[in-house]
Design a protein around this ligand. Structure first.
Ligand SMILES: C[S@@+](CC[C@H](N)C(=O)[O-])C[C@H]1O[C@@H](n2cnc3c(N)ncnc32)[C@H](O)[C@@H]1O
Length: 269
């Protein structure tokens, strides 16, 4: 197939995928374009791609239709959350039998995917915004997890908790109560204030473990401009936190909205 044809086919596949994920009625799918493409193509690759989409456990989410609502960006899922979830599913050992603290969980996609696919021992969702926390609790329950503190329903299910954790006001004792082995965050570096608050919190987190072993930290960010990641890495340097970029992976599992690059940084506190 010529490059232009491949691009057209990919767009068509993406439209099918998005409509499927958004549970649109079947008649709204681009059947006519598919028929035309299939008639014009000499092989059945397009049909195979369409039929061989990955299947498995699903995450169900209630989300806002607006990207900013109630003064927060946390009521929708951002691409970095999808990217981090996809990375986690390819690297489950990072989370298996470990206690995970997520900062700025938003709608909960990454954490729910990790809880379903990576067998963490405990998962602490957190956010600073009360509307976000309310929706997050609903999404966790919607996906079959219990929110009762310290209760494990079945051995393979993690203990799931939700914490109100503001990066500016989260105290040492509050952070010590979590005892995380791994800390993750997706799309949390969107303005200088957020970066300063987050780095401050990471610094306080570094000494919070009883065994003095700092948690592994993974931060996924969409690169929308060069200044924001530069400010983040400069602040990390000032705080004495070293970092390395995690090798990129192909985005195949989800219907990503944006075409910006997404990177995951692994931090050493
Ligand atoms: C762009 S959203 C990302 C949500 C989710 N991680 C995702 O990628 O879909 C940023 C999230 O960080 C939270 N947040 C921003 N500043 C915060 C702060 N100072 N303390 C705690 N949470 C904060 C917001 O409430 C929001 O849920």
């Amino acid at each position: 197939m010529a490059p232009a044809e491949i691009a057209e086919s990919e767009l068509l596949l993406q439209t099918f995928e998005r409509r499927f994920l958004a549970a649109r009625v079947l008649r709204s799918f681009p059947w006519q374009s598919l028929e035309e493409k299939l008639k014009a193509s000499s092989d059945s690759k397009l049909l195979l791609h369409l039929l061989q989409k990955p299947s498995g456990d699903a995450v169900t989410l209630r989300e806002s239709t607006a990207i900013i609502a109630h003064g927060t960006t946390g009521l929708v899922t951002w691409d970095a959350a999808l990217y981090l979830a996809e990375w986690a599913m390819q690297n489950p050992a990072t989370f298996t039998h470990r206690t995970v603290l997520e900062l700025g969980s938003g709608a909960g996609l990454t954490g729910l995917a990790i809880c379903k696919a990576c067998q963490p021992r405990a998962y602490i969702f957190s956010d600073g915004h009360s509307h976000v926390l309310e929706q997050l609790r609903q999404n966790i329950i919607l996906n079959g997890f219990s929110l009762e503190l310290d209760v494990t329903i079945e051995p393979e299910h993690p203990t799931v908790t939700v914490a109100q954790l503001d990066w500016d006001t989260g105290t040492g004792p509050q952070l010590s109560a979590f005892q995380p082995d791994v800390v993750i965050a997706a799309d949390v570096l969107y303005c200088p204030d957020a970066i300063l608050s987050l780095v401050g919190l990471l610094k306080r987190l570094s000494g919070c473990r009883k065994d003095q072993r700092p948690p592994d930290v993974y931060v996924a960010s969409t690169i929308r401009n060069p200044e924001t990641p530069q400010l983040f890495t400069a602040q990390l340097g000032q705080a004495g936190i070293s970092w390395e970029a995690v090798p990129p992976h192909d985005r195949t599992l989800f219907a990503y909205e944006e075409h910006w690059e997404v990177v995951v940084l692994k931090l050493t506190l």
